[in-house]
Design a protein around this ligand. Structure first.
Ligand code: ATP
Ligand code: MG
Length: 280
C-alpha cells in the first residue's frame, strides 16, 4: 500500500493512463489543485485555525474522499473549493482557473447531508431546475431529467413531490439534480449521513454507477472509513484541528467495486490502516 505525506500529489499510479479506473474518455471531470491552503476564522475576537497548509491534487474524474475527526475542517475545505469561502492563505484552481471562474461556468454540483429539494416542485422539476437556469430547452431538460431519475432508480416517481417519497429517495433525487448539468466537480459533504445503513450501502454503489457514466471529479466527505475505502481512488486523512492532511492513501482495489470486495483481504487492510491513522 502506498502512502505519502501531505505535500504529495493525489494521483493514482495509473496517472499516465487516463483509463485508470473505467476505461473511457476523460469525462467531464476537472482537475482540482489545492496548494498550501489555510483558513482562519475570526468571530467576536475568537480566532479559529480551521485548516492549515492543505495541499492536494484531485485528478480529473477521480473519486477522492476526505475523512477526519469532527471539526477538522473538511466542510471548510469543500466550501473553499466551491468558491463559497476565501482561503486565508494558499490557492485553489479548477482546471487552472479560479474558483470564481469555475462557478461562473457552472463547474460545481453539490450534495449535502440533507436533501435540499424544493417541496413545491416534482422530483422531475427539481432535477431539471439547474438546466432551466442554464437556459436548456424544455424537451431536452425533461429528457435529461427523466434519464437521470431512471439512473437513480426513481423512474416511476417523476411526478411525485418530495414529501411523497422517502428520505433515501429524496437524497437520490438530490444526487440526480447535482449531476443534471454534468458538473466538472461534484462536491458531496456527508451525502449519505442521514440514511439508514442499508440504504446508505446501496446509494454508494448507485453513486459509483452514475459516476462511472459521468466521470465528474468527486470530493466526498464521510465519517465512514469503510465507505471511503469502497468508493474512492484516493482517501485524504485529516488530522484534528487545525486540519492538516496527515496522509494521502491511494485505494488500489479494482473497479468496478462490488459488495464482494468486502471479502477482499486488501479491503480490510485499507480499513485497518485508515483506522490506525485516524486514531494516531
Ligand atoms: N463560518 C465559520 N465561522 C467561524 N468558525 C467556523 C466557521 N465555519 C467553520 N468554523 C470552525 O472551523 C472548524 C472546522 O469546521 P468544519 O465545519 O470545516 O469541520 P468538519 O471537519 O466539516 O466537521 P464535521 O465532521 O463535524 O462536519 C471548526 O472549529 C468550526 O467551528
Ligand atoms: Mg462538516
Amino acid at each position: 500500500m502506498h502512502q505519502s505525506r501531505s505535500s504529495t500529489q493525489v494521483t493514482s499510479p495509473g496517472k499516465d493512463t487516463p483509463t485508470a479506473h473505467s476505461g473511457g474518455d476523460a469525462g467531464f471531470g476537472k482537475k482540482v489543485v489545492v496548494s498550501s491552503v489555510g483558513k482562519t476564522f475570526r468571530t467576536g475576537g475568537r480566532i479559529t485555525h480551521a485548516v492549515e497548509d492543505a495541499t492536494f491534487i484531485a485528478e480529473p474524474g477521480k473519486f477522492v474522499s476526505l475523512i477526519g475527526p469532527s471539526g477538522c475542517g473538511k466542510t471548510t475545505v469543500m466550501r473553499m473549493v466551491a468558491g463559497l469561502l476565501e482561503p486565508s492563505t494558499g490557492t485553489i484552481t479548477i482546471d487552472g482557473q479560479s474558483t470564481t471562474a469555475a462557478r461562473k461556468q457552472h463547474a460545481y454540483g453539490f450534495v449535502f447531508q440533507e436533501a435540499t429539494l424544493l417541496s413545491w416542485r416534482t422530483l422531475l422539476a427539481n432535477v431539471t431546475m439547474p438546466l432551466e437556469v442554464l437556459g436548456v430547452g424544455k424537451a431536452e431538460r425533461r429528457e435529461r431529467g427523466r434519464q437521470l431519475l431512471e439512473l437513480v432508480g426513481l423512474g416511476d416517481f417523476l411526478g411525485h413531490y418530495p414529501d411523497q417519497v422517502s428520505g433515501g429517495m429524496q437524497q437520490r433525487c438530490s444526487i440526480a439534480r447535482a449531476l443534471s448539468f454534468q458538473p466538472g466537480v461534484l462536491l458531496m459533504d456527508e451525502p449519505f449521513g442521514a440514511l439508514d445503513l442499508i440504504t446508505r450501502d446501496r446509494m454508494g454503489f448507485e453513486l459509483l454507477r452514475i459516476w462511472t457514466a459521468e466521470r465528474s471529479t468527486v470530493l466526498f466527505v464521510t465519517h465512514s472509513i469503510e465507505e471511503a475505502v469502497l468508493l474512492s481512488d484516493v482517501v485524504l486523512v485529516f488530522s484534528a484541528r487545525p486540519g492538516r492532511i496527515a496522509e494521502v492513501v491511494p485505494i488500489e482495489l479494482p473497479r468496478p467495486r462490488t459488495t464482494d470486495q468486502r471479502d477482499d483481504p486488501r479491503y480490510h487492510q485499507y480499513v485497518r490502516e485508515l483506522r490506525r491513522m485516524l486514531d494516531a
